[in-house]
Design a protein. Structure first.
Length: 270
Protein backbone atom coordinates (compact mmCIF):
# COMPACT_ATOMS: atom_id res chain seq x y z
CA UNK A 1 0.00 0.00 0.00
CA UNK A 2 1.31 3.44 -0.92
CA UNK A 3 1.88 6.10 1.72
CA UNK A 4 1.59 9.85 1.35
CA UNK A 5 5.35 10.27 0.90
CA UNK A 6 5.36 7.92 -2.11
CA UNK A 7 2.45 9.74 -3.77
CA UNK A 8 4.01 13.14 -3.05
CA UNK A 9 7.84 13.45 -2.90
CA UNK A 10 9.15 13.82 0.65
CA UNK A 11 10.90 17.06 -0.30
CA UNK A 12 7.56 18.55 -1.35
CA UNK A 13 5.83 17.38 1.85
CA UNK A 14 8.52 18.97 3.99
CA UNK A 15 7.79 22.40 2.51
CA UNK A 16 4.17 22.28 3.73
CA UNK A 17 2.91 23.62 7.02
CA UNK A 18 2.20 21.00 9.67
CA UNK A 19 -1.53 21.64 9.23
CA UNK A 20 -1.49 21.14 5.45
CA UNK A 21 0.69 18.05 5.76
CA UNK A 22 -1.80 16.52 8.20
CA UNK A 23 -4.66 17.27 5.80
CA UNK A 24 -2.90 15.60 2.88
CA UNK A 25 -2.15 12.53 4.99
CA UNK A 26 -5.78 12.32 6.10
CA UNK A 27 -6.93 12.54 2.48
CA UNK A 28 -4.49 9.93 1.21
CA UNK A 29 -5.39 7.50 4.00
CA UNK A 30 -9.12 7.93 3.36
CA UNK A 31 -8.82 7.52 -0.40
CA UNK A 32 -6.61 4.44 -0.13
CA UNK A 33 -9.11 2.69 2.16
CA UNK A 34 -12.26 3.87 0.37
CA UNK A 35 -14.50 1.10 -0.93
CA UNK A 36 -16.28 1.78 -4.22
CA UNK A 37 -20.06 1.81 -3.66
CA UNK A 38 -22.12 -0.88 -5.39
CA UNK A 39 -24.26 1.37 -7.56
CA UNK A 40 -27.29 0.20 -9.59
CA UNK A 41 -26.17 -1.15 -12.96
CA UNK A 42 -27.21 1.20 -15.74
CA UNK A 43 -25.16 0.92 -18.95
CA UNK A 44 -26.70 4.14 -20.26
CA UNK A 45 -25.63 6.15 -17.22
CA UNK A 46 -23.57 9.17 -18.22
CA UNK A 47 -20.37 9.50 -16.25
CA UNK A 48 -17.97 12.38 -15.75
CA UNK A 49 -14.98 13.39 -13.66
CA UNK A 50 -13.81 16.65 -12.10
CA UNK A 51 -10.35 17.60 -10.91
CA UNK A 52 -10.02 18.83 -7.33
CA UNK A 53 -6.57 20.41 -7.48
CA UNK A 54 -5.26 21.40 -4.05
CA UNK A 55 -2.16 23.42 -3.25
CA UNK A 56 -0.74 25.34 -0.30
CA UNK A 57 -0.80 29.12 -0.24
CA UNK A 58 0.26 31.14 2.83
CA UNK A 59 0.29 28.01 4.94
CA UNK A 60 -3.23 26.83 4.07
CA UNK A 61 -4.74 24.48 1.52
CA UNK A 62 -6.55 26.10 -1.38
CA UNK A 63 -8.52 24.65 -4.29
CA UNK A 64 -8.54 25.62 -7.96
CA UNK A 65 -11.94 26.71 -9.31
CA UNK A 66 -13.37 28.21 -12.47
CA UNK A 67 -16.31 30.38 -13.42
CA UNK A 68 -18.08 28.91 -16.43
CA UNK A 69 -18.63 31.17 -19.42
CA UNK A 70 -22.05 32.79 -19.71
CA UNK A 71 -22.08 31.58 -23.32
CA UNK A 72 -22.50 27.95 -22.27
CA UNK A 73 -25.86 26.20 -22.55
CA UNK A 74 -25.79 24.68 -19.05
CA UNK A 75 -24.66 26.12 -15.71
CA UNK A 76 -23.62 29.36 -17.42
CA UNK A 77 -21.70 31.72 -15.13
CA UNK A 78 -21.54 29.19 -12.32
CA UNK A 79 -18.54 28.06 -10.31
CA UNK A 80 -17.13 24.68 -11.29
CA UNK A 81 -14.25 22.32 -10.77
CA UNK A 82 -12.38 21.62 -14.03
CA UNK A 83 -13.91 18.51 -15.58
CA UNK A 84 -16.49 17.00 -17.86
CA UNK A 85 -17.99 13.86 -19.36
CA UNK A 86 -15.85 10.80 -20.02
CA UNK A 87 -15.07 10.28 -23.68
CA UNK A 88 -15.19 6.70 -25.05
CA UNK A 89 -11.47 6.99 -25.81
CA UNK A 90 -10.54 7.99 -22.24
CA UNK A 91 -8.79 5.04 -20.54
CA UNK A 92 -10.11 5.99 -17.09
CA UNK A 93 -11.74 8.78 -15.08
CA UNK A 94 -8.41 10.15 -13.88
CA UNK A 95 -7.46 10.77 -17.50
CA UNK A 96 -10.87 12.37 -18.10
CA UNK A 97 -10.36 14.86 -15.25
CA UNK A 98 -6.88 15.86 -16.40
CA UNK A 99 -7.87 16.01 -20.07
CA UNK A 100 -10.74 18.35 -19.25
CA UNK A 101 -8.52 20.47 -17.00
CA UNK A 102 -6.03 20.75 -19.84
CA UNK A 103 -8.78 21.84 -22.24
CA UNK A 104 -10.41 24.28 -19.80
CA UNK A 105 -7.45 25.95 -18.05
CA UNK A 106 -4.38 24.63 -19.92
CA UNK A 107 -3.14 22.56 -16.95
CA UNK A 108 -0.36 20.29 -18.31
CA UNK A 109 -1.50 16.74 -18.94
CA UNK A 110 1.69 15.52 -17.32
CA UNK A 111 3.68 17.48 -14.76
CA UNK A 112 6.17 16.43 -12.06
CA UNK A 113 4.46 18.94 -9.77
CA UNK A 114 0.93 17.47 -10.00
CA UNK A 115 0.41 14.41 -7.80
CA UNK A 116 -2.79 12.35 -8.00
CA UNK A 117 -3.98 11.40 -4.50
CA UNK A 118 -6.97 9.26 -5.51
CA UNK A 119 -10.64 9.15 -6.48
CA UNK A 120 -13.60 9.90 -4.25
CA UNK A 121 -16.93 8.08 -4.63
CA UNK A 122 -19.22 9.56 -7.33
CA UNK A 123 -21.79 12.30 -6.82
CA UNK A 124 -24.85 12.71 -9.04
CA UNK A 125 -25.69 15.98 -10.76
CA UNK A 126 -29.10 17.52 -11.50
CA UNK A 127 -28.62 16.25 -15.05
CA UNK A 128 -28.32 12.69 -13.66
CA UNK A 129 -24.63 12.43 -14.47
CA UNK A 130 -22.40 10.44 -12.11
CA UNK A 131 -19.48 12.75 -11.33
CA UNK A 132 -16.31 11.31 -9.78
CA UNK A 133 -13.92 13.75 -8.09
CA UNK A 134 -10.24 13.09 -8.86
CA UNK A 135 -8.16 14.66 -6.10
CA UNK A 136 -4.64 15.91 -6.82
CA UNK A 137 -2.01 18.07 -5.12
CA UNK A 138 0.06 20.76 -6.83
CA UNK A 139 3.49 21.00 -5.20
CA UNK A 140 4.59 24.03 -7.24
CA UNK A 141 1.91 26.78 -7.06
CA UNK A 142 3.89 28.88 -9.56
CA UNK A 143 2.28 26.68 -12.19
CA UNK A 144 -1.03 28.42 -11.52
CA UNK A 145 0.21 31.68 -13.04
CA UNK A 146 0.56 29.94 -16.41
CA UNK A 147 -3.05 28.73 -16.54
CA UNK A 148 -5.23 30.17 -19.31
CA UNK A 149 -9.06 30.05 -19.37
CA UNK A 150 -10.49 28.42 -22.49
CA UNK A 151 -12.27 31.04 -24.58
CA UNK A 152 -16.02 30.53 -24.65
CA UNK A 153 -15.88 27.91 -21.90
CA UNK A 154 -14.20 29.47 -18.86
CA UNK A 155 -14.53 33.15 -18.00
CA UNK A 156 -12.40 33.19 -14.86
CA UNK A 157 -9.89 31.08 -12.90
CA UNK A 158 -9.68 31.57 -9.14
CA UNK A 159 -8.88 29.75 -5.91
CA UNK A 160 -10.53 29.45 -2.50
CA UNK A 161 -9.32 28.29 0.93
CA UNK A 162 -10.50 24.74 1.56
CA UNK A 163 -11.01 25.32 5.29
CA UNK A 164 -13.47 28.14 4.50
CA UNK A 165 -15.78 25.44 3.16
CA UNK A 166 -15.99 24.04 6.71
CA UNK A 167 -16.11 27.43 8.41
CA UNK A 168 -17.23 30.15 5.97
CA UNK A 169 -15.99 32.91 8.31
CA UNK A 170 -12.44 32.04 7.21
CA UNK A 171 -13.29 33.56 3.81
CA UNK A 172 -13.40 37.03 5.38
CA UNK A 173 -9.63 37.19 4.86
CA UNK A 174 -10.19 36.97 1.10
CA UNK A 175 -10.85 39.78 -1.38
CA UNK A 176 -14.51 38.85 -1.81
CA UNK A 177 -17.07 40.06 -4.34
CA UNK A 178 -19.43 42.79 -3.01
CA UNK A 179 -22.51 41.76 -1.06
CA UNK A 180 -25.64 42.30 -3.14
CA UNK A 181 -23.71 42.14 -6.41
CA UNK A 182 -24.44 39.83 -9.33
CA UNK A 183 -21.86 37.40 -7.96
CA UNK A 184 -23.30 37.45 -4.42
CA UNK A 185 -26.97 38.55 -4.57
CA UNK A 186 -27.56 37.76 -0.90
CA UNK A 187 -27.63 39.80 2.30
CA UNK A 188 -25.60 37.26 4.30
CA UNK A 189 -21.89 37.94 4.64
CA UNK A 190 -20.15 34.74 3.53
CA UNK A 191 -22.65 31.86 3.51
CA UNK A 192 -26.20 31.29 2.30
CA UNK A 193 -28.42 28.23 2.30
CA UNK A 194 -31.93 27.12 1.32
CA UNK A 195 -33.79 23.81 1.58
CA UNK A 196 -36.05 22.49 -1.15
CA UNK A 197 -37.99 19.32 -1.91
CA UNK A 198 -36.56 17.59 -4.99
CA UNK A 199 -38.79 15.21 -7.00
CA UNK A 200 -35.73 13.59 -8.57
CA UNK A 201 -34.64 12.53 -5.07
CA UNK A 202 -37.95 10.91 -4.20
CA UNK A 203 -39.46 14.15 -2.91
CA UNK A 204 -36.89 14.34 -0.14
CA UNK A 205 -35.24 17.57 0.96
CA UNK A 206 -31.95 18.89 -0.35
CA UNK A 207 -29.90 21.66 1.23
CA UNK A 208 -28.24 24.05 -1.21
CA UNK A 209 -25.03 25.55 0.20
CA UNK A 210 -23.60 28.78 -1.20
CA UNK A 211 -20.22 30.26 -0.31
CA UNK A 212 -19.11 33.79 -1.14
CA UNK A 213 -15.79 33.89 -2.95
CA UNK A 214 -13.52 36.23 -4.88
CA UNK A 215 -15.50 35.37 -8.01
CA UNK A 216 -18.76 33.45 -8.56
CA UNK A 217 -20.58 31.72 -5.66
CA UNK A 218 -19.45 28.19 -4.79
CA UNK A 219 -22.66 26.18 -4.64
CA UNK A 220 -24.55 23.03 -5.62
CA UNK A 221 -22.59 19.96 -6.67
CA UNK A 222 -19.25 21.79 -6.47
CA UNK A 223 -20.00 22.82 -2.89
CA UNK A 224 -21.12 19.30 -1.97
CA UNK A 225 -17.89 17.80 -3.28
CA UNK A 226 -15.71 20.35 -1.51
CA UNK A 227 -17.61 19.95 1.77
CA UNK A 228 -16.87 16.22 1.79
CA UNK A 229 -13.20 16.72 0.90
CA UNK A 230 -12.80 19.41 3.56
CA UNK A 231 -14.41 17.18 6.21
CA UNK A 232 -12.00 14.38 5.32
CA UNK A 233 -8.95 16.65 5.20
CA UNK A 234 -9.51 18.49 8.47
CA UNK A 235 -11.21 15.56 10.21
CA UNK A 236 -14.04 17.65 11.58
CA UNK A 237 -17.62 18.56 10.57
CA UNK A 238 -18.92 21.80 9.14
CA UNK A 239 -19.70 24.77 11.41
CA UNK A 240 -23.18 24.91 9.87
CA UNK A 241 -25.80 22.14 9.69
CA UNK A 242 -24.74 20.07 6.70
CA UNK A 243 -28.01 18.31 5.79
CA UNK A 244 -31.67 19.22 5.58
CA UNK A 245 -34.10 17.13 7.68
CA UNK A 246 -34.66 13.81 5.89
CA UNK A 247 -32.03 14.50 3.23
CA UNK A 248 -30.55 11.43 1.53
CA UNK A 249 -26.86 11.07 2.43
CA UNK A 250 -25.73 7.75 1.00
CA UNK A 251 -24.56 7.66 -2.63
CA UNK A 252 -26.36 4.40 -3.34
CA UNK A 253 -29.65 5.74 -1.90
CA UNK A 254 -29.36 8.90 -4.00
CA UNK A 255 -28.63 7.04 -7.24
CA UNK A 256 -31.48 4.59 -6.60
CA UNK A 257 -33.89 7.49 -5.97
CA UNK A 258 -32.86 9.14 -9.24
CA UNK A 259 -33.25 5.82 -11.09
CA UNK A 260 -36.76 5.31 -9.69
CA UNK A 261 -37.73 8.85 -10.69
CA UNK A 262 -36.43 8.29 -14.22
CA UNK A 263 -38.56 5.14 -14.58
CA UNK A 264 -41.64 7.04 -13.38
CA UNK A 265 -41.28 9.87 -15.88
CA UNK A 266 -40.31 7.72 -18.90
CA UNK A 267 -43.91 7.04 -20.04
CA UNK A 268 -44.66 10.76 -19.92
CA UNK A 269 -41.62 11.59 -22.03
CA UNK A 270 -42.44 9.05 -24.77
Amino acid sequence: MKSDDTIIPQAALETLSEKSRACIRSLVHYLMTLETPDLPNNPEQKIAAVLVLLYEGDGELRVLLTTRSKELRTHAGQTALPGGKKDPSDPNLTFTAFREANEEVDLPLSSPFVHTLGLLYPFISLHKILVTPVIAFLSNPDLLSALIPAEGEVSHIFTHPLEAILDPSFAKREDLVPIGSEDWPYETEVYNTTDSVVPMLGNTSYRMHRFRSSASPIKGLTADILIKIAEISYERPTKYERYAPGQLRNTVDIVEAVARHSQLITPIMQ
